[in-house]
Design a protein. Structure first.
Length: 76
């Protein structure tokens, strides 16, 4: 009796593992949008990349905020 119960449990576990593996194969992988580096610039102060449209430019240098521009002006 006990042997039969163990065999049933073993079969159920194997079937659950197979089902999980098959479900994961059916799901498409997460595709991330590639970053277009042509549309981003690097802040001279904090070295982070951000969209060119949000940049504050001074003498061909890009800054992510007016605070970083002010900090850059005080250090130079």
């Amino acid at each position: 009796m006990f042997k039969s119960v163990l065999i049933i449990i073993f079969v159920i576990v194997i079937l659950m593992i197979i089902r999980t593996v098959l479900q994961r194969q059916k799901q498409p992988g997460r595709k991330t949008k590639p970053i277009d580096t042509r549309d981003t610039v690097q802040c001279q102060h904090c070295k982070t990349y951000f969209p060119r449209d949000d940049a504050i430019f001074k003498d061909e240098m890009a800054f992510c905020s007016s605070q970083h521009l002010d900090d850059w002006n005080h250090t130079t």
